[in-house]
Design a protein around this ligand. Structure first.
Ligand SMILES: Cc1cc2nc3c(=O)[nH]c(=O)nc-3n(C[C@H](O)[C@H](O)[C@H](O)COP(=O)(O)OP(=O)(O)OC[C@H]3O[C@@H](n4cnc5c(N)ncnc54)[C@H](O)[C@@H]3O)c2cc1C
Length: 521
Protein backbone atom coordinates (compact mmCIF):
# COMPACT_ATOMS: atom_id res chain seq x y z
CA UNK A 1 0.00 0.00 0.00
CA UNK A 2 1.60 3.31 -1.00
CA UNK A 3 0.81 6.43 0.90
CA UNK A 4 -0.25 9.64 -0.81
CA UNK A 5 3.28 11.08 -0.73
CA UNK A 6 4.70 8.05 -2.52
CA UNK A 7 1.93 8.01 -5.09
CA UNK A 8 2.61 11.64 -5.98
CA UNK A 9 6.37 11.24 -5.76
CA UNK A 10 8.59 12.43 -8.58
CA UNK A 11 11.07 9.73 -7.61
CA UNK A 12 8.77 6.81 -8.02
CA UNK A 13 7.04 8.15 -11.09
CA UNK A 14 9.75 8.54 -13.69
CA UNK A 15 11.41 5.14 -13.84
CA UNK A 16 8.15 3.33 -13.31
CA UNK A 17 7.11 3.89 -16.86
CA UNK A 18 10.37 2.91 -18.45
CA UNK A 19 10.41 -0.29 -20.48
CA UNK A 20 11.86 -3.52 -19.11
CA UNK A 21 13.99 -4.04 -22.16
CA UNK A 22 17.41 -2.45 -22.49
CA UNK A 23 17.52 0.85 -24.21
CA UNK A 24 20.05 0.23 -26.98
CA UNK A 25 21.54 3.61 -27.77
CA UNK A 26 20.72 4.91 -24.30
CA UNK A 27 22.89 2.25 -22.66
CA UNK A 28 25.88 3.65 -20.79
CA UNK A 29 28.74 2.09 -18.83
CA UNK A 30 28.18 2.99 -15.19
CA UNK A 31 30.39 2.52 -12.13
CA UNK A 32 28.99 2.69 -8.62
CA UNK A 33 31.61 3.32 -5.92
CA UNK A 34 30.48 1.47 -2.82
CA UNK A 35 28.14 -1.46 -2.16
CA UNK A 36 26.40 0.20 0.78
CA UNK A 37 22.61 0.39 0.74
CA UNK A 38 22.60 3.59 -1.35
CA UNK A 39 25.08 2.15 -3.87
CA UNK A 40 23.24 -1.15 -4.30
CA UNK A 41 19.94 0.69 -4.73
CA UNK A 42 21.35 2.97 -7.43
CA UNK A 43 23.01 -0.02 -9.14
CA UNK A 44 19.74 -1.97 -9.25
CA UNK A 45 17.85 0.98 -10.68
CA UNK A 46 20.50 1.76 -13.31
CA UNK A 47 20.71 -1.87 -14.41
CA UNK A 48 16.92 -1.96 -14.72
CA UNK A 49 17.15 1.12 -16.90
CA UNK A 50 19.47 -0.76 -19.23
CA UNK A 51 22.90 0.53 -18.22
CA UNK A 52 25.96 -1.73 -17.82
CA UNK A 53 26.66 -1.41 -14.13
CA UNK A 54 29.77 -2.35 -12.15
CA UNK A 55 29.89 -1.82 -8.40
CA UNK A 56 33.33 -1.52 -6.81
CA UNK A 57 33.49 -2.01 -3.06
CA UNK A 58 36.61 -1.78 -0.91
CA UNK A 59 35.28 -4.26 1.70
CA UNK A 60 34.75 -7.97 1.05
CA UNK A 61 30.98 -7.80 1.56
CA UNK A 62 27.90 -5.70 0.74
CA UNK A 63 26.06 -3.35 3.08
CA UNK A 64 28.70 -0.81 4.19
CA UNK A 65 27.63 0.35 7.66
CA UNK A 66 25.04 -2.42 7.64
CA UNK A 67 27.36 -5.22 8.72
CA UNK A 68 27.40 -8.43 10.71
CA UNK A 69 29.78 -10.07 13.20
CA UNK A 70 29.79 -13.69 14.37
CA UNK A 71 31.81 -15.25 17.20
CA UNK A 72 31.49 -18.31 19.43
CA UNK A 73 27.89 -19.06 18.38
CA UNK A 74 26.76 -15.41 18.66
CA UNK A 75 25.58 -13.32 15.69
CA UNK A 76 25.33 -9.52 15.80
CA UNK A 77 24.25 -6.77 13.45
CA UNK A 78 26.99 -4.15 13.68
CA UNK A 79 25.08 -1.19 12.21
CA UNK A 80 21.39 -0.46 11.77
CA UNK A 81 18.93 -2.34 13.94
CA UNK A 82 15.63 -0.57 13.33
CA UNK A 83 13.87 -0.60 9.99
CA UNK A 84 11.04 1.81 9.23
CA UNK A 85 9.30 3.03 6.03
CA UNK A 86 8.85 -0.53 4.82
CA UNK A 87 7.05 0.62 1.65
CA UNK A 88 10.26 2.24 0.35
CA UNK A 89 12.14 -1.04 0.09
CA UNK A 90 8.99 -2.82 -1.12
CA UNK A 91 8.77 -0.33 -3.92
CA UNK A 92 12.43 -0.84 -4.89
CA UNK A 93 11.82 -4.58 -5.32
CA UNK A 94 8.56 -4.02 -7.14
CA UNK A 95 10.29 -1.65 -9.58
CA UNK A 96 12.77 -4.41 -10.29
CA UNK A 97 9.91 -6.81 -11.05
CA UNK A 98 10.27 -8.77 -7.80
CA UNK A 99 8.41 -9.25 -4.54
CA UNK A 100 10.17 -8.24 -1.33
CA UNK A 101 8.62 -11.25 0.47
CA UNK A 102 10.63 -13.57 -1.78
CA UNK A 103 13.85 -12.03 -0.40
CA UNK A 104 13.14 -10.92 3.14
CA UNK A 105 10.80 -11.87 5.93
CA UNK A 106 9.94 -8.70 7.83
CA UNK A 107 8.56 -9.23 11.33
CA UNK A 108 6.65 -6.35 12.96
CA UNK A 109 7.98 -5.50 16.43
CA UNK A 110 5.75 -5.65 19.54
CA UNK A 111 6.73 -3.58 21.37
CA UNK A 112 8.63 -1.41 18.94
CA UNK A 113 10.87 -0.33 21.83
CA UNK A 114 10.83 -0.76 25.61
CA UNK A 115 11.80 2.51 27.34
CA UNK A 116 13.34 2.52 30.82
CA UNK A 117 13.94 5.43 33.21
CA UNK A 118 15.94 5.50 36.42
CA UNK A 119 12.85 6.33 38.49
CA UNK A 120 11.54 2.86 37.64
CA UNK A 121 9.09 3.87 34.89
CA UNK A 122 9.01 1.40 32.00
CA UNK A 123 6.92 2.09 28.92
CA UNK A 124 6.40 -0.02 25.81
CA UNK A 125 6.02 1.91 22.55
CA UNK A 126 3.26 0.24 20.56
CA UNK A 127 2.10 0.89 17.03
CA UNK A 128 -1.58 0.40 17.81
CA UNK A 129 -2.82 3.82 18.95
CA UNK A 130 -5.35 2.52 21.47
CA UNK A 131 -2.82 0.14 23.01
CA UNK A 132 -0.27 2.97 23.17
CA UNK A 133 -2.83 5.25 24.85
CA UNK A 134 -3.47 2.55 27.46
CA UNK A 135 0.29 2.28 28.01
CA UNK A 136 0.60 6.06 28.42
CA UNK A 137 -2.42 6.10 30.75
CA UNK A 138 -0.59 3.61 32.95
CA UNK A 139 2.34 6.03 33.26
CA UNK A 140 0.45 9.34 33.28
CA UNK A 141 -3.28 9.43 32.36
CA UNK A 142 -3.18 13.20 31.83
CA UNK A 143 -0.94 12.71 28.78
CA UNK A 144 -3.27 10.54 26.68
CA UNK A 145 -4.95 13.52 25.00
CA UNK A 146 -1.56 15.10 24.32
CA UNK A 147 -0.43 11.89 22.67
CA UNK A 148 -3.45 11.75 20.39
CA UNK A 149 -2.93 15.40 19.41
CA UNK A 150 0.80 14.88 18.92
CA UNK A 151 0.21 11.92 16.63
CA UNK A 152 -2.30 13.92 14.57
CA UNK A 153 0.26 16.74 14.33
CA UNK A 154 2.99 14.28 13.27
CA UNK A 155 0.68 12.68 10.66
CA UNK A 156 -0.07 16.11 9.25
CA UNK A 157 3.64 16.91 9.15
CA UNK A 158 4.15 13.69 7.21
CA UNK A 159 1.42 14.62 4.75
CA UNK A 160 2.98 18.02 4.14
CA UNK A 161 6.71 17.33 4.16
CA UNK A 162 7.24 13.81 2.91
CA UNK A 163 6.57 14.55 -0.74
CA UNK A 164 8.79 17.64 -1.15
CA UNK A 165 11.51 16.59 1.31
CA UNK A 166 11.72 12.80 0.98
CA UNK A 167 9.95 11.40 -2.05
CA UNK A 168 11.32 13.95 -4.51
CA UNK A 169 14.59 15.26 -5.69
CA UNK A 170 16.16 17.84 -3.43
CA UNK A 171 13.77 20.69 -2.68
CA UNK A 172 14.67 24.29 -3.29
CA UNK A 173 13.11 27.31 -1.60
CA UNK A 174 11.06 27.77 -4.76
CA UNK A 175 9.37 24.38 -4.22
CA UNK A 176 7.87 25.75 -1.05
CA UNK A 177 6.17 28.50 -3.04
CA UNK A 178 4.02 25.82 -4.68
CA UNK A 179 2.74 24.62 -1.33
CA UNK A 180 -0.44 26.20 0.06
CA UNK A 181 0.51 28.76 2.74
CA UNK A 182 -1.32 26.78 5.38
CA UNK A 183 0.90 23.78 4.56
CA UNK A 184 4.09 25.89 4.63
CA UNK A 185 3.20 26.91 8.19
CA UNK A 186 2.64 23.26 9.10
CA UNK A 187 6.26 22.45 8.22
CA UNK A 188 6.95 23.87 11.68
CA UNK A 189 10.57 24.79 10.98
CA UNK A 190 10.70 27.76 13.34
CA UNK A 191 10.40 25.77 16.56
CA UNK A 192 12.85 23.08 17.62
CA UNK A 193 11.67 19.50 17.89
CA UNK A 194 11.87 19.74 21.65
CA UNK A 195 9.80 22.95 21.80
CA UNK A 196 7.02 21.36 19.74
CA UNK A 197 7.06 18.23 21.90
CA UNK A 198 6.88 20.33 25.05
CA UNK A 199 3.82 22.04 23.61
CA UNK A 200 2.07 18.63 23.60
CA UNK A 201 3.34 16.94 26.78
CA UNK A 202 4.20 17.89 30.35
CA UNK A 203 5.43 14.55 31.55
CA UNK A 204 9.26 14.47 31.30
CA UNK A 205 9.22 10.78 30.32
CA UNK A 206 7.13 11.42 27.23
CA UNK A 207 9.04 14.56 26.31
CA UNK A 208 12.27 12.58 26.41
CA UNK A 209 10.79 9.63 24.52
CA UNK A 210 9.62 11.70 21.55
CA UNK A 211 12.73 13.91 21.58
CA UNK A 212 14.82 10.80 21.02
CA UNK A 213 13.64 10.54 17.40
CA UNK A 214 16.08 13.37 16.52
CA UNK A 215 18.85 10.80 16.83
CA UNK A 216 17.38 8.79 13.93
CA UNK A 217 19.28 11.11 11.64
CA UNK A 218 22.05 11.97 14.04
CA UNK A 219 20.73 15.31 15.29
CA UNK A 220 19.87 17.03 18.58
CA UNK A 221 16.21 17.60 19.53
CA UNK A 222 17.28 20.93 21.04
CA UNK A 223 18.59 22.21 17.70
CA UNK A 224 16.78 20.32 14.92
CA UNK A 225 13.61 21.90 13.52
CA UNK A 226 10.27 20.54 14.72
CA UNK A 227 9.76 19.24 11.18
CA UNK A 228 11.70 16.17 12.31
CA UNK A 229 8.77 15.21 14.53
CA UNK A 230 7.61 13.52 11.34
CA UNK A 231 9.82 10.59 12.47
CA UNK A 232 7.38 9.88 15.32
CA UNK A 233 4.68 9.30 12.72
CA UNK A 234 6.93 7.13 10.59
CA UNK A 235 7.82 4.82 13.49
CA UNK A 236 4.79 4.94 15.77
CA UNK A 237 2.00 5.05 13.17
CA UNK A 238 3.61 3.19 10.26
CA UNK A 239 5.55 0.71 12.39
CA UNK A 240 9.03 -0.77 12.70
CA UNK A 241 10.23 -4.11 11.37
CA UNK A 242 12.93 -6.62 11.97
CA UNK A 243 14.15 -8.72 9.04
CA UNK A 244 14.31 -12.32 10.26
CA UNK A 245 17.90 -13.50 10.36
CA UNK A 246 19.11 -9.98 11.21
CA UNK A 247 19.12 -6.54 9.62
CA UNK A 248 22.15 -7.60 7.57
CA UNK A 249 19.70 -9.71 5.53
CA UNK A 250 18.66 -6.44 3.85
CA UNK A 251 22.18 -6.00 2.45
CA UNK A 252 22.22 -9.62 1.26
CA UNK A 253 18.79 -9.23 -0.36
CA UNK A 254 19.87 -6.10 -2.24
CA UNK A 255 23.11 -7.78 -3.31
CA UNK A 256 21.13 -10.77 -4.66
CA UNK A 257 18.67 -8.53 -6.50
CA UNK A 258 21.54 -6.48 -7.97
CA UNK A 259 23.19 -9.59 -9.37
CA UNK A 260 19.86 -10.86 -10.72
CA UNK A 261 19.31 -7.66 -12.71
CA UNK A 262 22.80 -7.94 -14.19
CA UNK A 263 24.99 -5.80 -11.92
CA UNK A 264 28.62 -6.89 -11.63
CA UNK A 265 29.95 -6.48 -8.08
CA UNK A 266 33.68 -6.43 -7.36
CA UNK A 267 34.67 -6.71 -3.71
CA UNK A 268 38.08 -5.74 -2.33
CA UNK A 269 38.19 -3.12 -5.10
CA UNK A 270 38.94 0.35 -3.90
CA UNK A 271 38.29 3.28 -6.20
CA UNK A 272 41.24 5.63 -6.17
CA UNK A 273 40.34 8.33 -8.68
CA UNK A 274 37.32 9.40 -10.66
CA UNK A 275 38.67 10.38 -14.06
CA UNK A 276 37.27 13.61 -15.48
CA UNK A 277 37.89 15.15 -18.91
CA UNK A 278 36.31 18.36 -20.19
CA UNK A 279 34.07 18.49 -17.14
CA UNK A 280 32.63 14.98 -17.69
CA UNK A 281 33.41 11.70 -15.97
CA UNK A 282 35.24 9.22 -18.16
CA UNK A 283 36.09 6.41 -15.79
CA UNK A 284 37.22 5.17 -12.40
CA UNK A 285 40.78 4.12 -11.58
CA UNK A 286 41.06 1.42 -8.93
CA UNK A 287 43.79 1.07 -6.33
CA UNK A 288 45.25 -1.91 -8.23
CA UNK A 289 45.69 0.32 -11.29
CA UNK A 290 42.76 -1.07 -13.31
CA UNK A 291 40.67 1.55 -15.11
CA UNK A 292 36.95 1.12 -15.67
CA UNK A 293 35.42 3.27 -18.39
CA UNK A 294 32.29 5.04 -17.31
CA UNK A 295 29.95 7.72 -18.52
CA UNK A 296 28.02 7.50 -15.30
CA UNK A 297 29.67 7.37 -11.88
CA UNK A 298 27.50 7.08 -8.79
CA UNK A 299 29.40 7.69 -5.57
CA UNK A 300 28.00 5.80 -2.61
CA UNK A 301 31.15 6.88 -0.77
CA UNK A 302 30.62 9.96 1.39
CA UNK A 303 30.38 13.19 -0.63
CA UNK A 304 33.21 14.81 1.34
CA UNK A 305 35.49 11.84 0.56
CA UNK A 306 34.69 12.19 -3.13
CA UNK A 307 35.73 15.83 -3.21
CA UNK A 308 38.69 15.43 -0.85
CA UNK A 309 40.21 12.26 -2.28
CA UNK A 310 38.57 10.82 -5.39
CA UNK A 311 38.27 13.72 -7.81
CA UNK A 312 42.00 14.37 -7.82
CA UNK A 313 41.50 18.05 -8.63
CA UNK A 314 42.55 20.63 -6.03
CA UNK A 315 40.08 23.11 -7.49
CA UNK A 316 37.12 20.73 -7.23
CA UNK A 317 38.30 19.58 -3.80
CA UNK A 318 38.37 23.20 -2.65
CA UNK A 319 34.91 23.95 -4.01
CA UNK A 320 33.39 20.78 -2.59
CA UNK A 321 35.06 21.43 0.72
CA UNK A 322 33.71 24.97 0.80
CA UNK A 323 30.18 23.67 0.27
CA UNK A 324 30.11 20.58 2.48
CA UNK A 325 32.45 22.19 5.05
CA UNK A 326 29.56 24.49 5.98
CA UNK A 327 27.48 21.49 7.04
CA UNK A 328 27.80 19.85 10.42
CA UNK A 329 28.38 16.08 10.41
CA UNK A 330 25.74 14.00 12.14
CA UNK A 331 26.66 12.40 15.43
CA UNK A 332 28.68 9.23 15.46
CA UNK A 333 28.17 6.17 17.64
CA UNK A 334 30.02 3.99 20.11
CA UNK A 335 29.09 0.33 19.72
CA UNK A 336 29.69 -2.54 22.10
CA UNK A 337 28.82 -6.13 21.12
CA UNK A 338 28.53 -8.40 24.12
CA UNK A 339 27.81 -12.10 24.34
CA UNK A 340 25.64 -12.27 27.46
CA UNK A 341 25.87 -15.60 29.25
CA UNK A 342 22.34 -15.26 30.60
CA UNK A 343 18.86 -14.31 29.51
CA UNK A 344 17.11 -11.24 30.90
CA UNK A 345 13.34 -11.66 30.56
CA UNK A 346 12.57 -8.01 31.43
CA UNK A 347 14.31 -6.88 28.23
CA UNK A 348 12.63 -6.63 24.81
CA UNK A 349 14.16 -6.82 21.32
CA UNK A 350 14.79 -3.03 21.37
CA UNK A 351 15.42 -1.25 24.67
CA UNK A 352 16.29 2.30 25.61
CA UNK A 353 17.71 3.28 29.00
CA UNK A 354 17.43 7.04 29.25
CA UNK A 355 19.99 9.37 30.80
CA UNK A 356 18.80 11.69 33.59
CA UNK A 357 19.80 14.90 31.84
CA UNK A 358 19.00 14.83 28.11
CA UNK A 359 20.04 18.46 27.38
CA UNK A 360 23.44 17.80 29.00
CA UNK A 361 23.85 14.64 26.91
CA UNK A 362 23.31 16.51 23.65
CA UNK A 363 25.44 19.44 24.79
CA UNK A 364 28.29 16.98 25.39
CA UNK A 365 27.84 15.47 21.91
CA UNK A 366 27.33 18.58 19.79
CA UNK A 367 28.89 21.42 21.82
CA UNK A 368 31.73 19.97 23.88
CA UNK A 369 32.16 17.09 21.37
CA UNK A 370 32.96 14.59 24.07
CA UNK A 371 31.14 11.31 24.75
CA UNK A 372 28.42 11.96 27.31
CA UNK A 373 29.37 10.80 30.83
CA UNK A 374 25.75 9.70 31.42
CA UNK A 375 24.67 8.40 28.00
CA UNK A 376 21.30 7.07 26.96
CA UNK A 377 21.87 3.38 26.22
CA UNK A 378 20.30 1.58 23.31
CA UNK A 379 20.29 -2.19 23.70
CA UNK A 380 19.15 -4.43 20.86
CA UNK A 381 18.86 -8.18 21.32
CA UNK A 382 18.01 -9.95 18.08
CA UNK A 383 18.13 -13.33 19.85
CA UNK A 384 14.81 -12.33 21.47
CA UNK A 385 13.27 -12.81 18.00
CA UNK A 386 15.84 -15.17 16.44
CA UNK A 387 16.95 -17.46 19.28
CA UNK A 388 19.68 -19.00 17.11
CA UNK A 389 21.62 -15.71 17.27
CA UNK A 390 23.04 -16.79 20.63
CA UNK A 391 23.89 -20.14 22.24
CA UNK A 392 21.18 -21.69 24.42
CA UNK A 393 20.57 -19.67 27.58
CA UNK A 394 22.50 -16.65 26.22
CA UNK A 395 21.69 -13.36 24.47
CA UNK A 396 23.49 -11.21 21.89
CA UNK A 397 23.67 -7.65 23.22
CA UNK A 398 24.24 -4.81 20.77
CA UNK A 399 24.82 -1.66 22.80
CA UNK A 400 24.89 1.71 21.05
CA UNK A 401 25.32 5.16 22.53
CA UNK A 402 25.39 8.42 20.62
CA UNK A 403 28.86 9.87 20.36
CA UNK A 404 30.31 13.08 18.92
CA UNK A 405 31.74 13.12 15.43
CA UNK A 406 35.54 13.05 15.42
CA UNK A 407 37.27 16.24 16.50
CA UNK A 408 40.40 17.18 18.45
CA UNK A 409 38.20 17.49 21.56
CA UNK A 410 38.38 13.73 22.23
CA UNK A 411 41.04 11.13 21.56
CA UNK A 412 39.29 7.80 20.93
CA UNK A 413 42.53 5.94 20.26
CA UNK A 414 43.66 6.73 23.78
CA UNK A 415 40.31 6.66 25.59
CA UNK A 416 38.19 4.07 23.73
CA UNK A 417 38.80 1.19 26.15
CA UNK A 418 38.26 3.39 29.18
CA UNK A 419 34.93 4.59 27.74
CA UNK A 420 33.90 0.95 27.16
CA UNK A 421 34.70 0.20 30.82
CA UNK A 422 32.71 3.29 31.87
CA UNK A 423 29.73 2.13 29.78
CA UNK A 424 29.78 -1.26 31.47
CA UNK A 425 29.66 0.57 34.79
CA UNK A 426 26.66 2.58 33.58
CA UNK A 427 25.05 -0.68 32.46
CA UNK A 428 25.63 -2.27 35.84
CA UNK A 429 23.85 0.72 37.34
CA UNK A 430 20.85 -0.35 35.26
CA UNK A 431 21.20 -3.94 36.46
CA UNK A 432 22.53 -4.96 33.05
CA UNK A 433 25.33 -7.44 33.48
CA UNK A 434 26.36 -9.58 30.55
CA UNK A 435 28.41 -11.86 32.83
CA UNK A 436 31.91 -12.90 31.91
CA UNK A 437 31.83 -16.63 31.35
CA UNK A 438 31.70 -16.10 27.57
CA UNK A 439 34.30 -13.53 26.62
CA UNK A 440 32.59 -12.40 23.42
CA UNK A 441 33.10 -8.70 23.13
CA UNK A 442 33.89 -6.16 20.43
CA UNK A 443 33.84 -2.39 20.42
CA UNK A 444 33.64 0.10 17.57
CA UNK A 445 34.58 3.69 18.40
CA UNK A 446 33.85 6.56 15.96
CA UNK A 447 37.48 6.15 14.89
CA UNK A 448 36.87 2.52 13.89
CA UNK A 449 33.69 3.48 12.00
CA UNK A 450 35.61 6.14 10.09
CA UNK A 451 38.43 3.72 9.25
CA UNK A 452 36.06 0.95 8.10
CA UNK A 453 33.65 2.90 5.92
CA UNK A 454 35.41 6.15 5.15
CA UNK A 455 33.29 9.27 5.36
CA UNK A 456 33.10 12.43 7.29
CA UNK A 457 34.52 12.45 10.83
CA UNK A 458 32.90 9.13 11.73
CA UNK A 459 29.39 10.55 11.20
CA UNK A 460 26.93 7.68 10.86
CA UNK A 461 24.03 9.57 9.24
CA UNK A 462 25.82 11.95 6.87
CA UNK A 463 25.06 15.53 7.90
CA UNK A 464 23.03 16.56 10.93
CA UNK A 465 19.70 18.38 10.67
CA UNK A 466 20.68 20.74 13.44
CA UNK A 467 19.73 23.83 11.44
CA UNK A 468 16.53 24.91 9.74
CA UNK A 469 18.18 24.96 6.35
CA UNK A 470 19.91 21.54 6.43
CA UNK A 471 17.41 19.90 4.05
CA UNK A 472 18.19 22.54 1.43
CA UNK A 473 21.95 22.53 1.93
CA UNK A 474 22.59 18.79 1.88
CA UNK A 475 24.53 17.78 -1.25
CA UNK A 476 22.33 17.19 -4.26
CA UNK A 477 22.21 13.75 -5.89
CA UNK A 478 23.68 15.29 -9.06
CA UNK A 479 27.18 16.80 -8.78
CA UNK A 480 27.15 20.49 -9.63
CA UNK A 481 30.54 20.69 -11.25
CA UNK A 482 31.13 17.34 -13.00
CA UNK A 483 28.76 15.93 -15.58
CA UNK A 484 27.96 12.25 -15.17
CA UNK A 485 28.73 12.22 -11.41
CA UNK A 486 25.95 11.44 -8.94
CA UNK A 487 25.66 10.85 -5.19
CA UNK A 488 23.66 8.09 -3.53
CA UNK A 489 24.32 7.93 0.19
CA UNK A 490 23.39 9.20 3.60
CA UNK A 491 25.62 12.22 2.95
CA UNK A 492 23.43 13.33 0.02
CA UNK A 493 19.73 14.18 -0.27
CA UNK A 494 17.49 13.17 1.52
CA UNK A 495 19.91 12.09 4.30
CA UNK A 496 20.94 9.20 6.53
CA UNK A 497 19.14 6.12 7.82
CA UNK A 498 18.35 3.07 5.73
CA UNK A 499 15.05 4.09 4.09
CA UNK A 500 16.34 7.56 3.25
CA UNK A 501 19.51 6.11 1.81
CA UNK A 502 17.40 3.89 -0.46
CA UNK A 503 15.54 7.03 -1.53
CA UNK A 504 18.93 8.64 -2.18
CA UNK A 505 19.87 5.77 -4.53
CA UNK A 506 16.54 6.14 -6.31
CA UNK A 507 16.93 9.92 -6.58
CA UNK A 508 20.42 9.50 -8.08
CA UNK A 509 19.05 7.08 -10.69
CA UNK A 510 16.27 9.53 -11.59
CA UNK A 511 18.90 12.28 -12.11
CA UNK A 512 20.89 9.91 -14.36
CA UNK A 513 17.81 9.14 -16.40
CA UNK A 514 16.92 12.79 -16.86
CA UNK A 515 20.47 13.50 -18.04
CA UNK A 516 20.43 10.57 -20.47
CA UNK A 517 17.08 11.67 -21.90
CA UNK A 518 18.37 15.24 -22.27
CA UNK A 519 21.63 13.94 -23.84
CA UNK A 520 23.64 15.72 -21.13
CA UNK A 521 25.75 12.60 -20.62
C1 LIG B 1 26.18 1.72 14.60
C2 LIG B 1 25.17 2.22 13.60
C3 LIG B 1 23.81 2.13 13.90
C4 LIG B 1 22.86 2.57 12.98
N1 LIG B 1 21.53 2.40 13.25
C5 LIG B 1 20.60 2.66 12.29
C6 LIG B 1 19.25 2.24 12.44
O1 LIG B 1 18.88 1.61 13.44
N2 LIG B 1 18.37 2.53 11.44
C7 LIG B 1 18.76 3.17 10.30
O2 LIG B 1 17.93 3.37 9.41
N3 LIG B 1 20.04 3.56 10.12
C8 LIG B 1 20.98 3.30 11.07
N4 LIG B 1 22.29 3.62 10.88
C9 LIG B 1 22.66 4.43 9.70
C10 LIG B 1 22.72 3.60 8.45
O3 LIG B 1 23.54 2.49 8.68
C11 LIG B 1 23.30 4.42 7.32
O4 LIG B 1 22.55 5.63 7.15
C12 LIG B 1 23.29 3.69 6.00
O5 LIG B 1 23.59 2.32 6.14
C13 LIG B 1 24.32 4.36 5.12
O6 LIG B 1 24.33 3.74 3.87
P1 LIG B 1 25.14 4.36 2.66
O7 LIG B 1 24.82 3.51 1.49
O8 LIG B 1 24.91 5.80 2.57
O9 LIG B 1 26.69 4.30 3.05
P2 LIG B 1 27.69 3.20 3.69
O10 LIG B 1 26.95 2.18 4.44
O11 LIG B 1 28.68 4.03 4.39
O12 LIG B 1 28.33 2.53 2.39
C14 LIG B 1 29.33 3.16 1.64
C15 LIG B 1 30.16 2.06 1.04
O13 LIG B 1 31.14 2.64 0.17
C16 LIG B 1 32.35 1.95 0.34
N5 LIG B 1 33.44 2.83 -0.13
C17 LIG B 1 33.77 4.05 0.36
N6 LIG B 1 34.80 4.56 -0.33
C18 LIG B 1 35.13 3.65 -1.29
C19 LIG B 1 36.11 3.61 -2.32
N7 LIG B 1 36.98 4.62 -2.51
N8 LIG B 1 36.15 2.51 -3.12
C20 LIG B 1 35.28 1.48 -2.94
N9 LIG B 1 34.34 1.46 -1.96
C21 LIG B 1 34.26 2.54 -1.16
C22 LIG B 1 32.40 1.66 1.82
O14 LIG B 1 33.28 0.59 2.11
C23 LIG B 1 30.95 1.28 2.09
O15 LIG B 1 30.71 -0.10 1.91
C24 LIG B 1 23.27 3.17 11.76
C25 LIG B 1 24.64 3.25 11.47
C26 LIG B 1 25.58 2.77 12.37
C27 LIG B 1 27.04 2.81 12.02
Amino acid sequence: MWNAAERGSTLFRAPYNLPDTNMGAMRRPAVVIGAGIGGLTAAIRLARLGHRVTVVEQLDRPGGKMGEWRAAGFRFDTGPSVMTMRSVIERLFQDAGQRLEDYLELAPLHPITRYHWRDGVVLDALQDEEAMCAEIARVNPREVDGYRKFMRYAAELHRVVSRPFLYSRQPGWRDLIHLPLVDVLKIDALRTMHQAIQAHFRDPHLIQLFSRFATYNGSSPYLAPATLNVIAHVEMAQGAWYPRGGVYQIALALERLAREVGVEIRYRSRAQTIEVASGKVTGVVLEDGACLNARIVVANADVSDVYRHLLGSPLLAQRGQRRSGRLEPSCSGFVMLLGANRQTPRLAHHNIFFSDDYPAEFAAIFEQRIPPPDPTLYLCITSKTDPDHAPAGCENWFVLVNAPYLSPAYDWARNGDAYAAHLKEVMRGWGLDAGDALPVEKIYTPLHLQAMYGGNAGAIYGFSSNTRTAAFQRPNNRARDVRGLYFASGSAHPGGGVPLVILSGIAASVCVEEDVQAARI
